[in-house]
Design a protein. Structure first.
Length: 102
């Protein structure tokens, strides 16, 4: 009976994704970014959180600064649950915003 209940409720559960954004700074050129998205199926909150903690605690992520890692919950619209930044990410976002206004 519980399996039937889970099967009925699964389409109404949220999807999760981990988004890893790396920023590349080359002097004289605009700041470019590269996003990698790892999507998880509906109701896979534990798997998504475990993957997020692995990415955040990885030495590769920390040495590859500037990097931004987000754990997002998607039901009707995307909502960021947790976010980690390594390096001057906010400064680079402000630089990009200033370049787009011109």
């Amino acid at each position: 009976m519980k399996a039937i209940g889970r099967g009925v409720a699964k389409p109404f559960q949220s999807k999760y994704e981990v988004v890893c954004t790396t920023y590349q700074v080359i002097p004289g050129l605009p700041v470019s970014k590269n996003e990698q998205t790892h999507a998880f199926e509906r109701g896979a909150a534990l798997e998504a959180r475990e993957f997020y903690t692995k990415v955040v605690s990885s030495d590769m992520t920390r040495t590859m600064a500037p990097v931004e890692v987000k754990l997002r919950k998607i039901y009707l619209s995307g909502k960021t649950i947790e976010q980690a930044e390594f390096g001057p990410v906010q400064h680079l976002k402000n630089l990009n915003a200033g370049n787009k206004k011109k």
